[in-house]
Design a protein around this ligand. Structure first.
Ligand code: GLU
Length: 306
């Protein structure tokens, strides 16, 4: 048996907000409570929105709360070869096909009535049945091709530590985008496997993607990690946190006089692990942590609380 290993995998496309920080804290506490190792992986697949400045700022904000990775920070953008290797393996088994559809075509085809209920954003399979002649015509028209998994409507059940058993249908998920960049669902599966991650803690907005990812793990012969999807932080309007919700980053909270220790207390209190006026360290919170007591609904944030 290898070490217990968890991770936090932010996209360095902006400053971490309270929702990201709270998820990172839960991931870190779970690892600390199991004496495991905690990694940070930068999911910088998109070269246009990711930046090194955001990356450094995110690491500083995590460190200010006492969340420091036990190993080098890995960037997905430096691992494309590894991702492509996994796609080649699936391709060798006839499980990959080229898809020339635009987003608009997919949207239109998915809204047409079809038999089976499909997961969110599921691909209706338009390019599955293209002939070799169709494919070369599309390619010579200059249409770039994405690569998709040839799924067979498999249903996959995942046991989540927070959400319980979640079942979903696997669609023809994108493996490589039409700009040649590995797609999120593929990259996350390959990297978690190669990094020896045994526990994935992340926001529950990704719960519906988990059956797809578990299916990819099974096809590639990888072990499935334990999953825990943490309820999001939302504003009083019930929407995900954005700038319009006021002070939601460490810097903005610092401007209101809430330092990193104060943010830790606030997050700990939102998880039922400390009082709102208690000085705590992340390690002290970890001693009190258990998934059994993790709140099952979103935390509603209002910056009038600070
Ligand atoms: N990079 C994703 C995000 O920022 C998280 C992916 C994951 O944890 O699997 O939301």
């Amino acid at each position: 048996m290898g070490a217990m290993r968890g991770r936090f995998a932010p996209s360095p496309t902006g400053v971490l907000h309270l929702g990201n920080l709270r998820t990172a804290l839960v991931a870190w506490m779970s690892v600390a409570a199991q004496n495991g190792e905690w990694l940070v992986r930068m999911e910088d697949l998109d070269p246009f929105t990711s930046s090194r400045l955001h990356e450094q700022q995110q690491l500083r904000d995590l460190a200010a709360m006492g969340l420091v990775p036990d190993g080098p920070v890995v960037r997905q953008s430096e691992r494309f070869e590894l991702h492509r290797h996994a796609v080649a393996e699936l391709d060798g088994r006839g499980l990959v096909y080229q898809c020339f559809c635009t987003r608009r075509e997919i949207r239109e085809a998915s809204s047409a009535p079809h038999g089976d209920p499909m997961p969110d954003g599921a691909y209706p399979g338009t390019c599955r049945r293209l002939s070799a002649a169709d494919r070369s015509r599309m390619a010579s028209d200059g249409r770039p091709a994405a690569l998709r998994l040839r799924a067979h409507g498999e249903r996959v059940a995942v046991a989540d530590r927070v959400a319980g058993v979640v079942e979903g249908m696997v669609d023809d998920v994108v493996l490589v985008r039409n700009d040649g960049v590995p797609a999120y669902n593929l990259a996350v599966v390959v990297d978690d496997h190669l990094q020896g991650v045994t526990e994935v803690v992340r926001g529950d907005d990704l719960l519906s993607s988990t059956p797809r990812q578990v299916h990819l793990q099974q096809l590639l012969g990888y072990a499935t990690p334990a999953y825990a999807h943490v309820p999001l932080v939302v504003g009083e309007d019930g929407q995900r946190l954005t700038k319009r919700h006021g002070a939601i980053t460490m810097a903005e909270l610092a401007d209101r006089g809430v330092d990193a220790a104060g943010v830790l207390t606030m997050l700990g209190a939102s998880l039922g692990l400390c009082r709102v006026d208690e000085q705590v360290t992340a390690a002290e919170l970890a001693d009190r942590f258990s998934f059994d007591h993790l709140p099952r609904s979103a935390w509603i944030w209002s910056d009038t609380m600070v």
